[in-house]
Design a protein around this ligand. Structure first.
Ligand code: ME8
Length: 531
């Protein structure tokens, strides 16, 4: 990990309906990584946004009696509110209806057309006449039924532009070979090759004439640019590619000293892993360094999706349980790269076990004991007085190393586990050292001081490692240890001796214990669509 700076992105989500917990999952993971890199002193530019064109949005807007722009404006307002509530630290928010994007996408199309990478042909698909929509084989299924209205569809053709994928297949395969870290999990690479590339990749349709809510093609105004060429290019238009201000683009895309990372869900891997590198090559630009494919959250055994209406709205969840509990759950509960599920029981259990019991209690007990035995002042480091001091210190040091290695490789779930190892070891350390017994014997004062100092160090270190996740609790923890959250630096995690002399402040509980008999039904009520 020797790059100087990082560019990290989420997919740009469709504002066809409100966002759900799956979108919050992806954005929270991306935010944790961005915050971690900044905490380590790196420059990190974090982009998210909205993918605002397309037929579905045009239709949903019409159904709501609104213009498409008015419709997306309102939904995107909700995106901003949710990201603010979840304390997402994005540097920019791109909307594909913004001039800075529209103009550049038109230029990109023109360049590809002039180069011969895009040609005019015929798009053949399943067409639903009442809905005026084309559908793919998968969408219409074996019965050839329109997924929207349920009526039979017919094969139809329309004039459309296509991107010549075959021209770039060999160099894509070479790129995969030469960049084994490009796709994570690695298994995705074989999936791309075996499922899509080997059977023969069709040219990609990049325009439509059957709807108008899209970016018009300058050379042929009855066509609009069809979603993926419009959507994927957001990652560079947001940085000012092909504009009068290409500074960010040069710094965060073209410069090999910057690592470019896309985080996305398994549902859109094909577009990012196959077509995006091809588009970039056609434009003569650098390809992204890494694409991290996360699993999808399922609901009642089926994928949660806006169109299925089986979604968990993160907004009321954060309002009730706070930003830390929701961020922690998302990052900790579902192992990155695997599918997971959201259940109210697991949510309450995870918050109670890790945040209220393990971390919250450790802080409470430590601050109370420092108050009781040392008048509220953290005793200085006394050295390693015995084997348990040594063990706790070595768990702290190993966990810090593991955490960094894991997070550098975007293994967020495992990195959090490494941070929590410190908390769990420290709780055990209290049982082993029995400070309440030491306190009875004046000759054991040095030992007691050492125990308090070690506990405070363990808490500080865990709090710092968890800071990218627990955006409010970590600072509260520092304040309770008498440290100024604004001044305390990450580098201190390498120093187990620096605490001593700070005056602790007993504050409110970091994370309240949730009563499952009340909170589980509450979340179930939200999930049933009552908000
Ligand atoms: O695909 N579990 O937008 P989208 C976890 N506009 N993550 C989920 C999820 C779930 N059940 N459902 C969605 C689009 N996501 C395009 C993207 S990018 C150039 C264009 C997350 O609103 C996940 O990250 O359907 C997924 O890839 C993304 O939302 C899709 O969002």
């Amino acid at each position: 990990m020797d790059k100087k700076r990082f560019y990290i992105t989420t997919p740009i989500y469709y504002p066809s309906a409100k966002l759900h917990i799956g979108h919050a999952y992806c954005t929270t993971l991306t935010d944790i990584f961005a915050r971690y890199k900044r905490l380590r002193g790196f420059e990190c530019y974090f982009l998210t946004g909205a993918d605002e064109h397309g037929q579905k949005i045009e239709k949903n807007a019409a159904a709501a009696g609104k213009s498409p722009q008015q419709f997306v404006d309102e939904i995107v307002e909700g995106f901003h509110k949710l990201w603010k509530l979840l304390d997402i630290s994005n540097d920019d928010f791109i909307r594909t209806t913004q001039d800075r994007h529209v103009k550049v996408v038109q230029d990109i199309f023109s360049k590809m057309l002039a180069k011969g990478d895009i040609y005019l042909g015929k798009y053949k698909g399943w067409y639903c006449t009442p809905c005026e929509s084309f559908w793919t084989d998968t969408q219409v299924g074996p019965d050839h039924i329109c997924p929207d209205c349920g009526r039979p569809v017919q094969v139809a053709e329309e004039e459309a532009y296509f991107f010549k994928t075959q021209k770039y297949v060999d160099s894509l395969l070479k790129f995969y070979e030469e960049n084994p870290k490009f796709l994570t999990p690695e298994s995705r690479k074989n999936e791309m090759i075996n499922t899509f590339i080997k059977p023969g990749l069709d040219d990609l349709c990049v325009s439509r004439t059957s709807f108008s809510w899209g970016i018009p093609i300058r050379e042929n105004e009855k066509h609009v640019i069809y979603v993926w060429l419009d959507a994927l290019t957001n990652y560079i238009t947001a940085l000012g590619y092909d504009s009068e201000h290409p500074e960010l683009f040069n710094k965060f895309w073209q410069d090999p000293e910057c690592e470019t990372i896309h985080i996305l869900g398994a549902d859109i891997t094909r577009f990012h892993a196959i077509y995006w590198p091809m588009f970039l090559e056609s434009l003569g630009l650098r390809k992204p360094d890494r694409e991290l494919i996360h699993g999808l959250l399922m609901m009642r055994n089926s994928k949660m999706s806006k169109s299925k209406g089986n979604v968990v709205d993160p907004y009321p969840l954060v309002e009730r349980f706070g930003v830390d509990a929701v961020r922690y759950y998302l990052a900790r509960e579902v192992t990155f790269g695997q599918d997971g599920s959201f259940t109210p029981e697991q949510f309450v259990e995870r918050s109670n076990t890790d945040l209220a019991n393990a971390l919250g209690n450790l802080l409470n007990r430590t601050v109370s004991m420092i108050n009781k035995y040392f008048g509220g002042v953290i005793p200085a480091y006394q050295g390693r007085l015995n084997s348990v001091d040594g063990e706790l210190e070595s768990v702290i040091q190993t966990s810090v190393k593991q955490y960094e290695n894991l997070l550098d490789d975007l293994k967020i779930t495992e990195a959090i586990t490494a941070a929590m190892d410190i908390v769990n070891r420290a709780n055990k350390y209290i049982d082993e050292t029995t400070p309440w017994v030491l306190a009875k014997d004046p000759e054991k004062e040095k030992e007691l001081a050492s125990v308090m100092n070690h506990l405070a160090t363990a808490l500080f270190t865990a709090g710092m490692l968890l800071k990218p996740v627990l955006v409010t609790a970590s600072d509260k923890l520092f304040a309770q240890l008498g440290l100024n959250p604004e001044e305390v630096s990450y580098e201190k995690v390498y120093d187990v001796t620096f605490l001593g002399g700070q005056t602790v402040n007993k504050g409110e509980q970091l994370s309240p214990r949730l009563d499952a008999t009340i909170e589980v039904p509450f979340i179930q009520y939200l999930m049933a669509g009552n908000q």
